[in-house]
Design a protein around this ligand. Structure first.
Ligand code: S3P
Length: 452
């Protein structure tokens, strides 16, 4: 089922070369943060290239509910008139974050140190996901929360009227938790310190500095120590959102496994905390090159060129690389099925608490299409069948998870027989133009049994 109720079955047929330019949408992580920090600045932030997927649109709606003026000027151009740190109004309705863990966790953090109360909910996927990882540190600021058993949504957060700054070591590698604590720290007087043992995506740190907050990052024996001074006046920014490496992963991986392909994916954010997939693919022997490397809006960017790569080999992905490619393991497993040898992916426990249990979801769909998969609590492995060796012909469940649905659509492009998913509706959460973009390159996709 999609978040909107009616499931949208999709099928991907084996196809000929994928060729051309794939202009993937803006980065989801940076888009959420642009809207939230824009809402906490004083004055007008201008954003171009915003991802207009459902997740980010839900965050835009939420920022309006907290009192910011958010305007869609068309063509990915948006503006946010912020209310300043500590200036959020109390929403008069429940905040529905749809499918988005990033949206709900960051917004909970952002409002947690203001004297207001808000109730959050989401779709069936989000309402199963753990929120205690965010409310545990928020309680230290003086915030209160009450949710369903196991710390699930719907959940009410009572912001701290008199917040105190905290020092918090994040127990799981999570940029969402780190960011929630930093956003809460904005309205606590004094210094809030967040320590992460493993580096996770650092967009919040970069953007907080860009908005004029006093923030330092030190690599120490304890880990990455981030210190934020509370109660800054955030200055509005002009933000150009780079294209999303996590979305680029789909046309890139599709090109690698589809005979004769040559696809250019321009303007992709290559922040080192996000680029682990591309390093891994190159180690497997993928013909993947970076062209025109440059810096845009404080983020490293390049054009990616991916060509059909018939001789890739499975490798053991270093567990310490997991955080930099956490959203890309599903589609990587599809490439692994088209490589030779065994692909081993360890240190990936977090995959079990994403929009779905991604190890379980991928293992089921891969097996339904003739691929051998083994799994443990925090690792999984895929037996490669060589390029074009995946039998296909199976129907996979997407479990309300956009990346699961897109990964299986990619698998069909290079398989012997078509691959189907029960519901491609969730793709709209992060990559609303996935179908026209992929068919424009040469993919053969059916939606509700009709060509896209
Ligand atoms: C995100 C962090 C990651 C990632 C998600 C986006 C972010 O989640 O999976 O898609 O923007 O901070 P975790 O923080 O749970 O690892």
């Amino acid at each position: 089922m999609s978040g909107h109720g009616t499931p949208i079955p999709m099928t991907s047929h084996p196809c000929g070369p994928l060729t051309g330019t794939a202009e993937v949408p803006g980065d989801k992580s940076i888009s959420h943060r642009s809207l939230i920090l824009g809402a906490m600045a004083v004055g007008e932030t201008r954003i171009s290239g915003l991802l207009e997927g459902e997740d980010v649109l839900d965050t835009a709606k939420a920022m309006r509910a907290f009192g910011a003026e958010v305007t869609d000027h068309g063509g990915g151009e948006w503006s946010v008139h912020g209310v300043g740190v500590g200036g959020f109004a109390e929403p008069d309705q429940v905040i529905d974050c749809g499918n988005s863990g990033t949206g709900v966790r960051l917004i909970m953090g952002a409002m947690a140190t203001s004297p207001i109360t808000a109730t959050f909910t989401g779709d069936a996927s989000l309402n199963k996901r753990p929120m205690a990882r965010v409310t545990d540190p928020l309680v230290l600021f003086g915030t209160q929360s009450v949710g369903r058993n196991g710390g699930r949504l719907p959940m009410t957060i009572v912001g701290a009227a008199d917040p105190i700054p905290v020092r918090y070591e994040v127990p799981v590698p999570s940029a969402q938790v780190k960011s929630a604590v930093l956003l809460a720290g904005l309205n606590a007087p004094g210094k809030t310190v967040v320590i992460e043992k493993e580096a996770t995506r650092d967009h919040s740190e970069r953007m907080l500095a860009g908005f004029g907050a006093e923030i330092t990052v030190e690599d120490t024996d304890e880990g990455r120590v981030i210190t934020l001074t509370g109660r800054p006046e955030l200055k509005p920014q002009v933000i150009a959102v780079p294209r999303d490496p996590s979305s680029a992963a789909f046309p890139v991986c599709a090109a690698l496994i589809t005979p004769g392909s040559d696809v250019l994916v321009p303007g992709i954010g290559l922040n080192p905390t996000r680029a682990g997939l591309f390093t891994t693919l190159r180690e497997m022997g993928a013909d993947l090159t970076y062209e025109n490397e440059r810096e845009e809006g404080g983020e490293p960017v390049a054009d990616l060129r991916a060509k059909y790569s018939p001789n890739m080999k499975g490798i053991s992905v270093p567990p310490e690389r997991a955080a930099s490619m956490i959203d890309e393991y599903p589609v990587l497993s599809v490439v692994a099925a088209n490589a030779t040898g065994t692909m081993i992916m360890g240190g990936v426990k977090e995959l079990r608490v994403k929009e779905s249990d991604r190890i379980d979801a991928m293992a089921r769909g891969l097996r339904a299409n003739g691929v051998t998969v083994d799994e443990g609590d925090d690792w999984w492995s895929v037996e490669g069948l060589g390029i074009g060796g995946v039998p296909g012909g199976g129907i996979c469940e997407s479990f309300l998870d956009h990346r699961i649905a897109m990964s299986f659509m990619v698998m069909g492009m290079g398989a012997k027989k078509a691959v189907s998913v029960d519901d491609g509706g969730p793709i709209a959460t992060s990559f609303p133009i996935f179908e026209p973009l992929m068919t424009g390159l040469g993919a053969k996709l059916l939606r509700d049994n009709r060509p896209v």
